[in-house]
Unconditional design. Structure first.
Length: 710
């Protein structure tokens, strides 16, 4: 059994045997999507989120174990490791507690206490701490010698030693922590010279702000920390100093003798100089870590919703990247997303309003392209000029027009991926292609862009970047594998995220496809260079071949289960294709007949679901949308006005809504519904079409307040 099994099982409230089986599979090189989809019997039906949590917690425990080993070795090298101390460290899985135990043994820089020890003042510190000496001045006289000039210096050095001892005591630190945990306050103040600066106005809510730390939401804390990093705010975390000092004195200061006063001074010095700054930093780091985790969770969920947004599918699309000064960049893609044509149309701005004599109108130009290439749908970027361009395009009869988010399109257009795809086209054409492809298949296109650039995060540049990258990459991987990938059309970028592949094998698959033509069966994957049995096992179920000779190659049924389906068909006296077409054949199957030691009902039920809807796409159907024609800019907004909108971003304090004025409005969490809302994701989802009412327009701070309480 894994040494961390019971700890992980308790932490995640799942059975130890589930944890053990999952860790064994991970250790064997299985991926999280593969385990959650094709090893349900072993894990007890754990989903990918649970499997990922086991994996992450196991890695965290490994790191903590390494730290414990280092601490034990360091203390042992000092000759101070006792059996009791070793046992305490080995039995603890609380990082803070372990560091507290280690603190007295930690190699330290040259402190005031260390200097006092070198001067031989430790015995005097012991005398004062016992608080029995009736004349500490006389006792200190014995320590006046080389380096110690007088009694006052001796006593001060002894107090420095006492202060350090108190600060290194587990009990002292825990006592202060309890007060901080219960009462700590986070305070933000504007730096006076920055108050009237334009850059500071976005932080005006935090110029004179104070709140209990335990009640401070992640977005407020991250906003304050960003303001602090930009030199606009000064942020502090404090508790009741008097209460902390009194609690320490209650423990350390005893009796009524003259040593009592010296101990009280040492306690106060220990708290103010050593303990308080350390605990404040600790709580600042802890609160920041929690805020990071909350923000990453919000970003991860938004990214998941964005990647799983409804696809248009394989249709001929005209992509339009609106522009005023340089015109609209127009591209035409075939049903597979290949670029057929690109052009520039001046739809808005000076050239559109003052056309050359006998030149065609923007509508005529667009319509000519639509007719020439038999366009089935139009994708318009949501940047500057989007509303005006969309209004023109919607005049083209029977061709649906969709507004698509441009976030990250410019990042893609200048990327190495875009240069590889379109080496002969400039960045404007590449950006328009990205917009069109996002309509056809958001998932396949967005995987080419760094998730941080997609525009659905909350303070994504302020959180722990390694944690963020790990979480977002994992989210992309889960989304790609939950949808599945067409082996014959998927790009290298999309294939990279398929379970068991990665960049090298993804490129090898693309190269093999280019040299040998489309794959006709999953078994051909075994011919791809360096794609061995393990990679085939992990990836095959997520790679689909629509229209393959074996119909199961176009489904999520794993090749290792083909024999089960073939036996089912044989028992029913039909072909596999008949099983997939006929509900009557499927109803006649008794799943219990096919249970073995390796295959149970979870796998068999998944097989039956696939036979019913082979290769089904879990994403929803796409819908068209139109903004209210009355509003084009924030100046058109009036409080009380009801408008249609699209959810563009979800945070833990509400949802941002595009209402067609080139500036998103905010529906605060308290305005999302006529009931208490704990999590905005319980009420709204990304790209959802909603009705909102305007509450307030703050033109100075560029803020629009909306409500969904209609």
């Amino acid at each position: 059994m894994n040494p961390f099994t019971h700890f992980i099982a308790t932490k995640l409230t799942i059975r130890p045997e589930q944890v053990d089986a999952t860790l064994d599979l991970l250790e064997a090189g299985c991926t999280i999507p593969f385990i959650s989809r094709y090893r349900k019997e072993a894990t007890g039906n754990l989903n990918e989120v649970q499997v990922a949590a086991i994996n992450d917690l196991n890695e965290k425990m490994k790191d903590l174990q390494k730290r414990k080993d280092t601490i034990i070795r360091t203390i042992d090298e000092q000759g101070k490791l006792t059996d009791d101390l070793r046992q305490r460290i080995e039995n603890s899985w609380n990082a803070t507690e372990i560091e507290d135990i280690y603190l007295p043994f930690k190699p330290r820089r040259r402190t005031r206490a260390q200097v006092a020890r070198e001067l031989g003042l430790e015995p005097l510190a012991d005398i004062i701490m016992r608080q029995r000496e009736t004349d500490p001045q006389k006792a200190a006289q014995r320590f006046v010698r080389d380096g110690v000039h007088d009694v006052a210096m001796a006593i001060k050095g002894a107090q420095d030693i006492i202060a350090e001892r108190i600060s290194e005591s587990e009990g002292s630190r825990q006592s202060v922590r309890k007060i901080f945990k219960k009462e700590a306050t986070i305070t933000s103040r504007v730096i006076p010279k920055m108050k009237d600066e334009d850059a500071a106005q976005k932080y005006s809510d935090y110029f004179f702000f104070s709140e209990e730390l335990r009640r401070c939401s992640s977005h407020r804390l991250l906003a304050m920390r960003r303001g602090e990093a930009e030199g606009i705010l000064r942020v502090t975390i404090t508790a009741d100093d008097d209460e902390c000092i009194e609690r320490l004195k209650h423990h350390y200061v005893q009796g009524t003798g003259p040593c009592r006063t010296l101990m009280a001074e040492a306690v106060e010095d220990s708290y103010k100089r050593l303990i308080c700054p350390s605990i404040e930093n600790e709580f600042a780091a802890m609160s920041k870590e929690k805020a990071d985790d909350d923000a990453i969770k919000v970003f991860r969920e938004n990214l998941r919703q964005l990647l799983l947004a409804a696809p248009l599918g394989q249709k001929r699309v005209m992509g339009v990247d609106p522009g005023i000064r340089t015109g609209c960049k127009v591209v035409v893609l075939d049903a597979l997303g290949n670029l057929l044509h690109h052009d520039v149309v001046f739809a808005v701005g000076h050239q559109a309003e003052n056309p050359k004599p006998r030149s065609k109108t923007p509508l005529q130009r667009f319509k000519d392209i639509v007719d020439r290439f038999n366009i089935e749908a139009i994708a318009v970027g949501n940047g500057t000029g989007s509303r005006e361009t969309s209004d023109i395009l919607r005049q083209i009869a029977d061709i649906p027009t969709y507004v698509v988010s441009e976030d990250g399109a410019s990042i893609y257009s200048a990327s190495e991926v875009a240069r590889e795809e379109f080496p002969d086209e400039d960045v404007t054409v590449r950006g328009a292609v990205s917009i069109a492809r996002r309509l056809m298949d958001p998932l396949a296109e967005l995987v080419k862009i760094d998730p941080k650039s997609i525009g659905v995060g909350q303070y994504q540049h302020d959180v722990d970047q390694s944690k963020l990258k790990h979480s977002l990459n994992q989210t992309v991987e889960f989304c790609v594998n939950s949808v599945g990938v067409n082996l014959n059309t998927a790009s290298k970028n999309l294939l990279t995220y398929v379970s068991g592949l990665g960049p090298v094998l993804a490129q090898n698959i693309v190269d093999y496809r280019r040299e040998n033509g489309p794959f006709t069966s999953r078994s051909q994957l075994k011919k791809v260079p360096r794609l061995g049995p393990s990679a085939f096992l992990q990836s095959a179920g997520f790679l689909r071949i629509p229209g393959a000779e074996n119909p199961l190659d176009g489904s999520a049924v794993h090749p290792e289960s083909y024999s089960i389906v073939e036996q089912m068909a044989k028992d029913c006296g039909c072909q596999v294709t008949d099983l997939m077409k006929s509900p009557e054949y499927r109803k006649a199957i008794d799943l219990k007949r096919y249970i073995t030691t390796e295959v149970g009902l979870p796998t068999l039920n998944d097989i039956m679901s696939e036979l019913e809807k082979p290769g089904r796409d879990p994403r929803e159907k796409i819908e068209t949308f139109e903004f209210d024609p009355r509003v084009k800019t924030p100046d058109d907004l009036v409080p009380g006005m009801e408008l249609p909108g699209i959810i563009t971003n979800i945070t833990n304090f509400g949802a941002f809504v595009d209402i067609g004025v080139h500036q998103d409005g905010l529906v605060h969490i308290s305005q999302l519904a006529n009931r208490y809302v704990k999590d905005p994701n319980d009420v709204v989802k990304l790209h959802q079409h909603v009705r909102v009412k305007v509450l307030e327009v703050d033109r100075r701070r560029h803020r629009i307040s909306l409500t969904m309480k209609l």
